[in-house]
Design a protein around this ligand. Sequence first.
Ligand code: ADP
Length: 178
Amino acid sequence: MATRTSPNIIITGTPGVGKTTHCELLAERTGLKHLSVNQVVKDRECHEGWDDEFQSWIVDEDKLLDAIEEEVKEGGCIIDWHACDLFPKSWIDLVVVLRADTTTLYDRLSARKYPEAKLQENLDSEIMEVLLEEARESYDEEIVVELQSTTADEMDTNVDRIEAWLKQWKADSGTAAS
Ligand code: ADP
């Protein structure tokens, strides 16, 4: 049983579904720490170079886990990343998989000027529910939650729900006052 006094949450999903926006709002409202894996990979060089076709870093997962282990084990992290199967089960208390309508996602990724191959791969991944599958295969089903993130109203509702979950987690673990 983990001894952390604040839970760790993964916010995952296909690029463009709203992970960073949700994490920033949540961090502001709850005081939990937004751990942007993208930023860690870049800043702490947890990669094996740059993939030109996909315009992204080739992540070295072992290096990444080493880089964040100490911080995550202390608890209170909101992990923002478009994969989730690499994090040990014992680190994680809640996995939120954000979903977005394909047309909306297309617009968001086009606005980022993603190369065609990357855009198509991400749309396929959303349609095939790749991240939802990955989350369900990697964690106990009762800690995996799928939430829609197409509209601003949905985002507000999601943040409220996660905040309520956090309150409950703290009450259950007897750390509500801390
Ligand atoms: P990710 O971190 O998953 O790549 P972002 O948080 O960067 O996604 O969001 C991509 C874009 O979509 C941003 O411009 C953001 O404001 C917008 N967005 C994300 N979620 C929503 C939502 N639920 N409603 C409206 N706009 C959203």
